[in-house]
Design a protein around this ligand. Structure first.
Ligand SMILES: C[S@@+](CC[C@H](N)C(=O)[O-])C[C@H]1O[C@@H](n2cnc3c(N)ncnc32)[C@H](O)[C@@H]1O
Length: 253
């Protein structure tokens, strides 16, 4: 896998074996935290937690299930746009395949609204961050209850996964990266770091076509408000907000 990261930095002796394996598979040099201080660019940090860091882009990025933003969304109820888009305001217990789990935020909110979620993430580095958040989740009972409805993330390319499974889900959820249009302002620094690691998910059009074959009820695509339609396909419904848009494709039984 080619990577925009410049190094792996290990500051925890307990993680040294894992750090060596990772550095080898990502074809990156491995440093301890003292050596790593003089490095520039984005690095993968393995300490007590796993994080991505680029000093030019602010504080290190971790998958965090207890951030203030997540906690606010966890308590916002099923009528929030994500819940309505997936049909959770009308029925809980839906099985949802989250093909683009990323840092697991939407996955967690969907589970808190009553869904049973199967998360997939194909990027090795993002998968590590996501797994690490599962491992370190504690404290807030709402978070723990939501996590009990999520399967452990699978390190899978959803295109290959959907291409080879005979399974169906009530809802298939897609939130691919999109970098192909001009924004008025730069995205949040964390998103810039994430986008640098993941790239632009240019194959998302194919993902929509496959998802439509494996959904019993609907496929939901999260987009930025100005982003073009996936696969140039008109949705049956749209929910529009100032910061995002949900394109909803209904599947008839
Ligand atoms: C915008 S992020 C998703 C953010 C996520 N919804 C959240 O709430 O944290 C997109 C993620 O989808 C992943 N992804 C894109 N296409 C994928 C595919 N075909 N299979 C698995 N993961 C994919 C990318 O690696 C990236 O981590």
């Amino acid at each position: 896998m080619s990577s925009p990261l410049t190094a792996v930095i290990c500051s925890s002796p307990d993680r040294l074996v894992q750090a060596r394996e990772l550095a080898q598979s990502l074809k990156l040099p491995l440093f301890d935290s003292e050596q790593g201080q003089s490095l520039s660019g984005a690095v993968l940090l393995l300490g007590e937690r796993v994080s991505l860091s680029n000093p030019e882009l602010g504080a290190p990025l971790q998958a965090d299930f207890c951030s203030p933003d997540i906690l606010r969304r966890l308590h916002a109820g099923r009528k929030q746009p994500l819940g309505r888009a997936c049909g959770l305001h009308k029925q809980s217990g839906l099985r949802i395949l989250d093909c683009t789990a990323g840092l697991g935020q939407d996955m967690l909110i969907l589970a808190a609204m009553g869904a049973r979620v199967t998360p997939l993430e194909r990027n090795d580095v993002i998968y590590l961050l996501l797994e690490d958040a599962f491992h370190h989740a504690d404290g807030d009972p709402v978070v723990l209850q939501a996590l009990s409805r999520c399967e452990r993330p699978r390190r899978e390319n959803a295109l290959e996964f959907l291409g080879s499974t005979g399974e169906y889900w009530d809802v298939i959820y897609l939130d691919p990266m999109f970098s192909g249009y001009k924004r008025r302002a730069l995205p949040k620094k964390n998103m810039q770091l994430l986008a640098a690691v993941c790239g632009g998910d240019e194959d998302a059009d194919q993902l929509l076509a496959l998802a439509l074959r494996h959904a019993n009820r609907r496929v939901v695509v999260k987009r930025s408000p100005q982003a073009p339609l996936l696969d140039n396909r008109e949705p049956d419904l749209q929910i529009k907000g100032s910061r995002m848009r949900f394109d909803i494709y209904l599947v008839s039984a």
